[in-house]
Design a protein around this ligand. Structure first.
Ligand code: PEP
Ligand code: MG
Length: 916
């Protein structure tokens, strides 16, 4: 039996690992091996595998004994490669010992640097560098880290706040700085640091009862053990729980030669990106510090200098009026080497890299390299550039832009440059994308009034307002439309406000439960802060954050290559993408954003918003009718509204498919609530106002979402369905006669049983015959929404009648979880924070149950009717993970609100690329 290998070397001439070994060597170890493998100057070292960590945690000391010879052999190779000796007096080698799991767990585990510094090696280092400050600074860092990581944390000690050894040593150092009247560590001279090291050594021994070992091998060995143990440290365990990282992964431990950017003036350190991470521009971009350590660059303790001329031109790199020197100028040789490494890395990894480097006495070393984070603008630009440079193929380029972040390009956003500097006053659910600033108003009327009052010219937008409500209802629609942003304290991701806002691409935050709205007094409270009407508020609807006052916004829409990128993505997509839209204007906008049809035309849209007074009044008459005659009169008046609305949209969609869904909401949603509205209705129906109220209250339902809605309405009131069907078919026939091809897909909402579909289909066929006779040719298909678990289980029977299915996953989720979509905000936050659920099922399809029901429906439906067209039109149609799931299920299309179309298109393309 071959013995398991635990130590993987990376020294010039021998590299055992590579980038594919992340699971064994951790992310850091695998990438260092890869860098060394492709010939980059990496300080020599070796990585102990995650398996070694797990074996140690299980078997303890016994395992360490068996590991020892392998570690010693690896160390000997490092010594040979560097020509230095660990613990040697003449040319002492110092080592770092770092943790690294297969997935990044930033700062959650431990590392110890400068191992090997001890009285014997200090002499050698002093002789070699003639830099006392540098040598004792390294030693004091070792003492601090070793005491903290090995003697305290790994020993399981948990001192009270402020009593930890690191805090105690830091206090001593601060005291010394005060005594020396220094502001920064750098001002302490070699003698100060030598003295500090003596005090540190004594303090550690006194506080922890153990000395810092003066045997470098003992230091190293204990540091390795401490790194292994840090896998089970408090922070690491908590982080793993939060991130869902399994306990059985373990951490690797990389032991590597220390190199120093702070050894002398011929030394430096820096970080760089192989392309500009903010814009994507193909320029080498980075910062450096002469005579410094990596952490000085990233911590911001010193102002970094520009890497090269290109970086210099991007920012303000001056100190006391003088331009800071570039690395290109100060260290031309290592810079040239870095430049060729930049190109090597991009060709090797085929992506933008984020690198860390150190120059020690004129020699360049690469310390780290990983895929660089970038803004979405940069991601799009880089993907297009790299594809044009033939660095990557189209499929890869398409996969390079995270679709969740496309929103950034399509809406104004809070300027990322200031985001971290301002404190939000509260948060809610990110219901509608982008950001908005405006004056607070508490009613729809006031929103409309203020915007109009401040609008001096046609086409001017007026002063923006933020509509703040406990929740919104259809009656608020005009105010919602007028407002730049909407904020509610109640509601979940598919409540009224959220649906409407997202449909318009309007900035909206819902369910901000910690705010208290006092509409009567026109105030709202966030903790002890009070905001009144007219005060200014900024909403970040993408993040769900609420800021007081005006916050600088950035226009994210001007992205010249966005269209190009989307067309490239479309070439790889198989899933169709449609929009949920109704009016010709909205539908045109959707087509412009790439919609290939309308997946959900909700006929009831005409009863909401501007211009809805006429049809709404008539609908209210229908709803409150008690006699057949009354209802018949009202329905006659309603017909032209239906027909006009359908015809206008069918006229502009021409050959594109349009799914028109019959009336769905419970009738009570349309009864008037305000006195003035009740009076108006009473007058037009020749009734007393009390009669109106009485009839309205008779429509009250205890559980309207599970009540008299959808196809059920037509079972009780078939004439309501007939009027709609006639309007749709007449509109289509008239267009056809005019040479405009219109083939509506007529869809029944909320069906549970084939008998329900049959009852509608029968009427539909009759009306179609009549229309053909009276008007002319008409073509249509008939289908159903799948919105209840029962519908999924009887999908085969439904498919006997329905020619297409469309999943209404908003209702299907509501009905599967028994979570009310309008009230779910009350507990969803807790479910998510306690990780009872990992994602809001109203945003991302719950694959376990809702997704499984969909799978059953697809399978049964297509078994009965091969090739059955199946789409999805719930809010999930704009959610990347859900779109990907729909591809897996073999759906034909998803339909989403217009602003989410690019996200859906890209998600579908990526999922096709991934499957290939
Ligand atoms: C659904 O339930 O997913 C759906 C699209 O219908 P609505 O949101 O109109 O109920
Ligand atoms: Mg529905």
């Amino acid at each position: 039996m071959t013995q398991e290998k635990f130590a993987y070397l990376f020294v010039p001439g021998r590299v055992d690992g590579d980038a594919s070994m992340r699971n064994q060597l951790g992310g850091k170890g695998a990438l260092l091996a890869e860098l060394a493998r492709i010939g980059c100057p990496v300080p020599a070292g070796f990585t102990l595998t995650t398996a070694a960590c797990l074996r140690y945690l299980k078997e303890g000391e016994a395992f360490l004994q068996s590991l020892r010879p392998e570690v010693e052999a690896a160390l000997a190779q490092v010594e040979q490669a560097t020509g230095m000796q660990f613990g040697g007096a003449d040319n002492p080698l110092l080592l770092s010992c770092r943790s690294g799991a297969r997935r990044s767990m930033p700062g959650m585990m431990e590392s110890v640097l400068d191992l090997g510094a001890c009285p014997r090696t200090i002499e050698g280092m002093l002789n070699k560098t003639r830099n006392k400050r540098f040598v004792y600074d390294a030693y004091r860092r070792l003492i601090m880290m070793y005491a903290d990581v090995v003697l305290e944390k790994a020993a399981g000690l948990d001192p009270p706040e402020g009593q930890a050894i690191r805090a105690q040593l830091e206090r001593i150092m601060t005291g010394l700085k005060m005594f020396r009247m220094c502001e920064t560590d750098v001002e302490l001279i070699g003698d100060d640091l030598e003295q500090l090291c003596h005090v540190f050594l004594k303090t550690v021994h006194k506080v922890l009862g153990q000395p810092i070992p003066s045997d470098p091998h003992e230091q190293l060995w204990n540091a390795i053990v401490a790194v292994f143990k840090s896998w089970n440290g408090k922070r690491a365990r908590a982080f793993r729980r939060m991130e869902g990282i399994p306990d059985h992964w373990g951490t690797a431990c990389t032991v590597q030669q220390m190199v120093f950017g702070n050894m002398d003036d011929n030394s430096a350190t820096g970080v760089a990106f192989t392309r500009n991470p903010a814009t994507g521009e193909n320029i080498f971009y980075g910062e450096w510090l002469p005579n410094g350590q990596g952490e000085d660059v990233v911590s911001g303790s010193r102002t970094p200098w520009p890497l090269n001329t290109e970086t210099l031109q991007k920012g303000d790199y001056t100190e006391n009026g003088h331009e800071l020197t570039t690395l290109e100028t100060a260290h031309p040789e290592p810079f040239q080497e870095l430049l060729s490494i930049r190109s090597k890395l991009e060709h090797h990894f085929q992506d933008m890299q984020d690198i860390e480097f150190t120059i020690q006495q004129g020699k360049l070393y690469m310390l780290q390299c990983r895929t660089g984070k970038r803004t979405t603008t940069a991601a799009v630009n880089m993907a297009m550039d790299m594809q044009a440079e033939e660095l990557v193929d189209e499929e890869t380029a398409v996969s390079r832009v995270p679709c969740e972040h496309l929103d950034e390009l399509l809406h104004p956003m809070v300027d990322p440059a200031v985001k971290d500097q301002i404190e939000p006053l509260g948060e809610g659910l990110p219901a509608g994308p982008g950001a908005a600033t405006g004056q607070i108003v508490f009613s729809s009327e006031e929103a409309v009034r203020r915007v109009a009052e401040n609008k001096h010219r046609e086409n001017e937008k007026g002063v923006p307002v933020i509509l703040v409500r406990e929740e919104t209802s259809p009656e608020d629609i005009e105010g919602m439309q007028a407002a730049a942003g909407i904020l509610t304290t109640r509601g979940g991701m598919v409540c009224h406000a959220a649906l409407v806002a997202r449909g318009w691409g309007k900035c909206c935050i819902v369910g901000a439960g910690k705010l208290q709205v006092d509409t009567g007094n026109k105030r709202f409270y966030a903790g002890n802060q009070c905001f009144a009407e007219g005060d200014v508020l900024t909403l970040d609807g993408t993040a769900g954050l609420i800021y007081p006052g005006s916050v600088p916004l950035k226009d994210g829409t001007g992205h010249p290559r966005f269209q190009q990128f989307m067309h490239m993505a479309d070439r790889h997509r198989k899933l169709g993408i449609r929009a949920n839209a109704e009016t010709p204007k909205d539908v045109q906008e959707a087509i412009d954003l790439g919609a290939e049809g309308v997946g959900l035309f909700r006929v009831e849209h005409m009863f909401y918003g501007r211009g809805s007074e006429g049809p709404l009044l008539v609908l209210r008459k229908v709803v409150l009718s008690v006699t057949e005659d009354e209802r018949e009169d009202a329905l006659r008046d309603l017909f032209p509204y239906f027909k006009q609305s359908v015809k206008a949209t069918l006229a502009i969609t021409a050959r594109l498919p349009v799914t028109i869904r019959l009336f769905d909401p419970p009738l009570h949603e349309f009864v008037p609530r305000k006195d003035a509205e009740c009076e108006k209705l009473a007058r037009s129906m020749n009734l007393e106002i009390d009669d109106v109220r009485q009839r309205a209250s008779a429509l009250h339902e205890t559980n309207p979402m599970m009540g008299h809605r959808g196809v059920r309405l037509g079972i009780t009131f078939p004439r309501i369905v007939e009027v709609q069907l006639r309007a749709i078919l007449e509109a289509a026939a008239e267009l056809d006669a005019d040479g405009v091809s219109a083939k509506p897909e007529i869809m029944v909402p909320f069906a549970n049983d084939p008998a329900e579909l049959l009852s509608v289909k029968k009427v539909l066929d009759e009306i179609a015959s009549d229309t053909r006779r009276r008007v002319g040719q008409v073509d249509y298909t008939f289908g159903t929404m799948i919105e209840t678990p029962r519908a999924c289980f009887v999908a085969d029977q439904l498919a006997e009648i329905a020619e297409f299915f469309s999943f209404g996953t908003n209702d299907l989720t509501q009905m599967t979880f028994a979570f009310s979509r309008d009230d779910v905000d009350r507990f969803m936050g807790d479910y998510l924070s306690q990780r009872i659920l990992h994602a809001d099922p109203f945003q991302t399809i719950d694959q376990l149950a809702v997704g499984e029901l969909m799978r059953i429906a697809v399978q049964k439906g297509r078994a009965r009717r091969p090739g059955l067209k199946i789409g999805l039109c719930g809010e999930h149609g704009g959610d990347p993970a859900s779109v990907k799931y729909c591809t897996t299920l073999g759906l034909d299309y998803v339909s989403c609100s217009t602003p989410r179309l690019p996200i859906a298109r890209l998600a579908a393309a990526q999922s096709a690329v991934h499957d290939r």
